[in-house]
Design a protein around this ligand. Structure first.
Ligand code: AMP
Ligand code: MG
Length: 346
């Protein structure tokens, strides 16, 4: 512990204090609709550097700048393309981050040395109040130690960052549970760099042509993702996590066999299952992540369950695949990373 961390409910007085800390170059973690963010003044290079130190984040992994008003864009970007205007009209405030050409006001310490800047306007009332109180331009990556699952509750933030930041605001559990969709609008045709709640279809419905970064579609280490952060190992629990794919019956049979083999060797085995199929597993520690019928519930609980398994002393975890129509792309992107792309075909 190198500094004292204030941990408190996100009430009016706490938000006022958070604003003061941010204006003085300090670090405040706060809830957003996606995951908890670790905020610092985005226009102050030294403040941004403290985020990297607290998270243990690689310095080439740029930060997203959070704003609350469209007018604020003028100071930090050089140009707002037509497609960006339409996407902002449709999805801001909300879980969508856009990449623009940056203005000289944004330090390279915030953009990881890039000439572009990522910007998001969150909808969460606490996030908005903190950004305003802190001066209007708050860099806020996920409030976890780099590599661990992103925090979806204040207690997750405390696990990773107690003693490393000035303040943690508790605003309860987040709604979405996965980080924002990142769309590069600094190029002629918008490209998704990270899938999220705002899906490809939703973006196409607004601007027509949208493509997906090739690195997201293929499991090929040779293709460099356009979002620098996407190349890093992420979210991995301590136990060895593997995804088991196939029909519901075949997956259950295979996982039950793996549980039996593990138990014979005296191991504790974890299972991540949907509500609809959890009853099929025997002998393992089974966590129900959410319902396939309402896949937002899977997104909401995935990171929390990965963290929970770290406290349960399991040595192997087997997860069902969740290729659901709505959020399947975003969920599987995070789950595949957490599993180091290990997939068993049942
Ligand atoms: P986090 O805030 O922890 O969800 O991480 C931010 C993500 O945004 C990382 O994957 C970054 O690589 C990505 N990102 C931020 N700025 C840029 C940028 N200018 N160009 C491309 N990706 C970016
Ligand atoms: Mg992150």
């Amino acid at each position: 512990m190198d500094r004292e961390t204030i941990f408190c409910k996100a009430d009016e007085e706490a938000v006022r204090k958070a604003g003061e800390i941010l204006r003085n170059g300090g670090l405040v973690a706060f809830p957003t609709e996606t995951v908890y963010g670790l905020g610092a003044n985005a226009l102050d290079e030294k403040a941004a550097a403290r985020i990297y130190a607290a998270k243990g984040r690689p310095s080439d992994n740029p930060l997203i700048v959070h704003i609350t008003r469209r007018e604020a864009l003028g100071r930090i970007v050089t140009e707002v393309p037509e497609a960006a205007e339409r996407l902002m009209d449709a999805f801001w405030p909300g879980p969508m981050t856009l990449i623009f050409q940056k203005s000289p006001e944004v330090p390279y310490g915030t953009t990881g040395g890039l000439d572009t800047v990522a910007v998001r306007m969150p909808s969460h009332p606490v996030a908005r109040a903190v950004i305003e109180a802190g001066g209007g331009y708050i860099a806020a990556p996920s409030a976890n130690t780099s590599g661990r699952p992103s925090p979806t509750k204040a207690s997750h933030v405390a696990e990773d960052l107690m003693g490393k930041v000035d303040m943690i605001l508790d605003g309860g559990e987040v709604e979405i549970g996965l980080e924002s969709t990142i769309v590069d609008v600094s190029v002629a045709e918008p490209v998704i760099l990270r899938p999220g709640y705002i899906s490809l279809e939703m973006l196409q419905g607004v601007v027509g042509k949208v493509s997906v970064d090739q690195a997201l579609l293929r499991d090929d280490a040779g293709i460099r993702p356009k979002a620098p952060g996407m190349k890093y190992k992420h979210y991995a629990p301590k136990a060895d996590l593997k995804i088991v794919e196939g029909s519901e019956e075949a997956v259950a049979a295979r996982i039950n066999e793996l549980i039996r083999q593990g138990r014979e060797k005296g191991k504790r085995i974890g299972v991540i299952a949907a509500k609809e199929s959890a009853y099929r597993y025997q002998g393992g520690i089974v966590k129900t992540v959410g319902s396939r019928e309402e896949d937002l519930s899977i997104a909401q609980h995935l990171f929390g369950i990965l963290r929970e398994f770290d406290t349960l002393g399991v040595s192997e975890i087997y997860s069902e695949a969740f290729d659901t129509p709505r959020m399947g792309q975003a969920i599987m992107n995070r789950l595949m990373k957490a599993a180091g792309h290990q997939v068993i075909k049942a």
